[in-house]
Unconditional design. Structure first.
Length: 198
């Protein structure tokens, strides 16, 4: 038996059940009732919904939600850009501060410190390892404990001086600038500026 069809010119008079409306917009009967309670779908009588008004209202609600999501995304993109820019500027400022501290000699590059310390410790090790051969001839026939104690104390003190007597300028980078007590910078800064301008 063929299904009966009727030509309809006025959609405003058509009402449908929750099940039919749910099939049209792709949601469950329960969701249809929730949407009606939220005022999105138009309920005209018990279990019946205005097809035209409900569809218009549902589509409008989807558009508004979509526009809100798009607006939120655009706002988040702007906020992300501002945040990224602020983070980038903070890193640039930190790098400039470190560069200036390096130039003033307040911080040192790891490779400079490693080279200076390696040199100091190598010299110290050499002096300590040479003590037996240096002191043995001087002590071989000595029985004077005071002389032995003074000689050993002096030699070990001299070896330890290697660790305490270092030149602080050895740690400075090539970009070091000297700042006098009045806060004036010497010509090394001018040289650095010339290097940067090139």
């Amino acid at each position: 038996m063929a299904a009966e069809t009727e030509k309809v010119d006025d959609l405003s008079r058509i009402t449908v059940s929750a099940g039919v409306l749910g099939k049209i917009i792709g949601v469950s009967d329960r969701r249809i009732r929730q949407l009606a309670d939220e005022g999105i779908l138009t309920k005209v009588s018990s279990g019946r919904y205005s097809l035209q008004e409900s569809l218009h209202s549902y589509i409008l609600n989807l558009r508004v939600a979509n526009d809100a999501d798009r607006g939120q995304k655009e706002l988040e993109d702007k906020l992300d850009y501002a945040l990224e820019k602020a983070m980038h500027e903070r890193v640039k400022r930190h790098m400039s501060e470190l560069q200036y501290a390096l130039m003033k000699g307040n911080v040192h590059r790891a490779e400079d410190v490693e080279a200076v310390m390696l040199n100091m410790l190598t010299n110290f090790k050499t002096k300590i390892l040479n003590l037996p051969s240096k002191l043995t001839p001087l002590l071989v026939n000595r029985s004077d404990k005071k002389y032995i104690l003074e000689l050993l104390t002096d030699e070990f003190g001299e070896a330890l001086d290697e660790l305490s007597n270092y030149n602080a300028s050895d740690f400075y980078s090539d970009e070091y600038i000297d700042i006098d007590e009045e806060g004036n910078e010497d010509d090394a800064f001018d040289t650095f500026e010339d290097d940067v301008d090139e």
